[in-house]
Design a protein around this ligand. Structure first.
Ligand code: ATP
Ligand code: MG
Length: 417
């Protein structure tokens, strides 16, 4: 007889007195969803990042629920809900304060020829497609699984803990509690295989290690080095999504540094420049904005990579008398942005705002002379992007504080700031 596997031992269960998750740490919407499922006779667990974050004493970004109820059954329990997804269907329950995502327990692994779930989920998020009227998939029972299977298909042990509303216990099928205590990011199962299955997980491992201040388990870390070339083949919208998530996390500088050191950044984003001190400084400024509770739009977040380069171009194309060679600036701006916009599948709208927002900065290097000039610019759709990047350009030293104060005053006068 060999040594017992995790399956043989069954899950580790922490009863209510033995952990920190109280009902008060959940949003009232998540609690409502969990209780209604439970009272209707279903298993209902809080899952994923929210359990991890509460155990670490952090406020979760969002609350995800998993259950044995099928999508149509969930749908019937919540009037304000929608089924989304093609093959695997999730239910979004809408509240004024936001969405609670409810998923039926899933089996794993996927048949190798089928597109990866996480890929599908990201693609649908991008399209915001809803499929309420579609028939149930014929293969439903193959797709849905037990709680243990649902835990094991997740990426990292610390992301696979369940909080059971029936008895307020934490259920751990994968050794996540121990890794959480030790501060370790470890894939569930063989790391090489899990990264081959979905290369984006390599970016995620590094991202979590920075955000949570955790180490990456040695085997997981070795597998990143062994498998990192696969990142170049990962789906562009998913990579771009992870990039934007990192920029919004408040830890962008640290995450980029970790991505760079592990050799994954240039494989994922060969057309994004982060090789200079200046670009790292801009990422620190992005983190500063997030830390003070401000949100930056997607074009501004992407624009931050190109800001230093663009401002240098604008300076080079400005004559001593202050005349700007606009076609030349625009041409060179395109040259630096276009490869990235193509490889990252940026939307036309994002690219448009990015071009215009950056270009507007050339006109803001001196304090405005006429109120009309200010009004005209402030009314443009891209002005928000320009203004967000303008603050960074001032800090980088490309714009004089006088010009900045001049624009602030003028904008206040016309009622725009
Ligand atoms: P965040 O705080 O960034 O929201 P999170 O852990 O909630 O972190 P999400 O991207 O919201 O991360 O995903 C929710 C959960 O889904 C994860 O905790 C994990 O269990 C699972 N998951 C997400 N992406 C993957 C993936 N690529 N492979 C396997 N499991 C994944
Ligand atoms: Mg989440």
């Amino acid at each position: 007889m060999g040594s017992p596997t995790i399956e043989d031992l069954g899950p580790k269960v922490l009863a209510r007195p033995d952990h920190q998750v109280s009902r008060g740490s959940l949003s009232s919407e998540a609690l409502k969803v969990l209780y209604r499922l439970h009272r209707s006779g279903y298993a209902a667990y809080l899952v994923g990042g929210s359990v991890r974050d509460i155990l670490l004493g952090k406020r979760p970004k969002d609350f995800d629920v998993a259950t044995n109820a099928r999508p149509q059954e969930i749908r019937r329990l919540f009037r304000n809900s929608r089924v989304i997804g093609r093959r695997f269907r999730l239910v979004h329950v809408y509240f004024r304060a936001g969405i609670v995502e409810v998923a039926t327990f899933r089996a794993s692994p996927e048949p190798p020829e089928s597109p990866n779930d996480w890929e599908e989920a990201a693609a649908e998020e991008a399209e915001e497609s809803t499929t309420t009227d579609r028939p149930q998939p014929a293969t439903e029972d193959v797709v849905y699984g037990t709680p243990a299977e649902d835990a094991r298909r997740r990426d990292f042990t610390v992301n696979a803990l369940f909080y059971n509303i029936a008895d307020f216990s934490i259920i751990d099928h994968v050794g996540g509690i121990e890794d959480l205590e030790r501060g370790l990011i470890r894939t569930i199962g063989d790391p090489d295989q899990r990264f081959i299955e979905d290369p984006v997980r390599m970016m995620r491992a590094l991202e979590y290690s920075v955000r949570l201040g955790f180490e990456i388990d040695e085997r997981t870390s070795e597998a990143i080095v062994a498998q990192r070339d696969l990142i170049a083949e990962a789906s562009a919208p998913r990579l771009t999504y992870e990039l934007l998530e990192s920029l919004r996390s408040g830890h962008a500088a640290g995450i980029h540094e970790a991505w760079r050191r592990a050799g994954v950044f240039t494989r994922a984003f060969p057309d994004l420049p982060i090789d200079t001190d200046e670009s790292m400084r801009v990422l620190e400024m992005v983190d500063g904005e997030i830390a003070s509770g401000r949100e930056l739009s997607d074009p501004s977040l992407i624009g931050s990579y190109f800001l230093g380069r663009f401002l240098a171009i604008a300076e080079e194309e400005t004559s001593e008398t202050g005349r700007v060679d606009n076609p030349q600036v625009l041409g060179r701006l395109r040259e630096s942005l276009d490869p990235a916009s193509t490889s990252m599948h940026l939307s036309n709208q994002t690219l448009h705002l990015l071009h215009q927002g950056l270009f507007a900065l050339t006109k803001m290097r001196r304090a405005p002379e006429r109120g009309r000039q200010v009004l005209k610019l402030a009314r443009q759709e891209y002005f928000k992007v320009a203004w967000e990047l303008y603050g960074f350009a001032v800090t980088l030293g490309y714009i004089s504080p006088d010009a900045y104060q001049g624009w602030k005053r003028a904008l206040r006068k016309v009622g725009s700031k």
